[in-house]
Design a protein around this ligand. Structure first.
Ligand SMILES: [Ca+2]
Length: 304
């Protein structure tokens, strides 16, 4: 394992030498002892050997690996392998060079959050890069994952969150005695586009709608306030919105789907009790008998 790590480091240093303008003048005079261990090299200054594309970053450690591996919360120089890697920066302003292979690079925690403002370089192959809330620089990232910017906010005011290739998603719901539809939505005077809408119920109708605004519209907005216009005044209404980054500005949304139901509870499990457990009633409930229940719409049908 140690040999492998040292080899990785050697390859990494070779990459630095090959890269155009990789070594600064001061770095060129920094000799790395041949007998250095990985740990020693890490401590010796990844910042001195960072490539020019990461010149703006201050890096405190070197991490090299293959397959699935992670950095720490520090700002690091992270080097992938020639194969397919899944690299998680774990925050900080990292310089991540994934190398060849179809790589998956996450700037943050791998949970779509915690990303920093480093550099994500996919190298060869078809690579997916995720900002995970930060604003990194993408290089050779063929696929960019959409990320939530900030949090969902309820109400009709939401201050714009900085980010790249943004979109603003607006969700409205109303509960009224008859269907009330949105005929338009604005944000700071900019007009949103409808994405999908769904009505449910009869006498008392619930309607949910989703609208969206692109990055140019967000930038041109003159305030942080939404202006929904309803077909008629709704009785009970609620709103929520969120900003997203790395959204394809030429096509903000892909395929959509929606559904609705009036069941008061989720459908019951196919069998009860779960395997390995006993029924609290001490005998098999109807779910495990041969007779079929009258409906699966309510779990009340399954109690004895
Ligand atoms: Ca990191």
């Amino acid at each position: 394992m140690l040999i492998e790590r040292v080899a990785q480091l050697a390859i990494a240093l070779l990459v630095f030498v090959i890269g155009a303008s990789v070594l600064s003048g001061s770095a060129a005079s920094t000799a790395v002892p041949k007998s250095s261990t990985v740990e020693h090299s890490r401590a010796q200054g990844a910042n001195d050997f960072k490539p020019a594309i990461c010149a703006a970053l201050t890096l405190t450690a070197l991490v090299a690996g293959s397959g699935s591996f992670s950095g720490t919360a520090d700002s690091e120089l992270i080097l992938g392998s020639a194969g397919a890697d899944t690299i998680t920066g774990n925050g900080g302003d990292d310089c991540i060079l994934a190398g060849d292979g179809n790589d998956n690079i996450r700037a943050g925690l791998g949970t779509n959050a915690g990303g920093g403002n480093g550099v994500l370089h996919g190298g060869g192959g078809t690579d997916q890069c995720a900002a995970e809330g930060g604003t990194p620089t993408y290089i050779n990232c063929e696929q960019r994952r959409v990320a939530l910017l900030g949090a969902w906010v309820t109400g009709l005011t939401h201050a714009a969150v900085a980010g790249r290739a943004r979109a603003l998603i607006f969700v409205a719901m109303n509960l009224t005695n008859s269907v009330r539809s949105l005929t338009g939505v604005t944000y700071g005077g900019q007009v949103l586009s409808p994405v999908v809408a769904r009505s449910s119920g009869g006498t008392t109708a619930v309607r949910t709608e989703i609208w969206i605004l692109d990055g140019a519209g967000i930038a041109a907005a003159t305030s942080s306030t939404f202006g929904p216009t309803w077909s008629a005044a709704p009785t009970t209404v609620s709103y929520a919105s969120a900003f997203a980054s790395d959204v394809n500005q030429a096509s903000l949304t892909g395929a959509t789907s929606n559904n609705a139901g009036t069941a008061p509870r989720p459908s019951p499990p196919a069998t009860w009790p779960p395997p390995g457990e006993t029924s609290p009633c001490g005998r098999s409930p109807r779910a495990t008998r041969s007779r079929s229940p009258r409906t699966t719409a309510s779990p009340r049908e399954w109690t004895s």
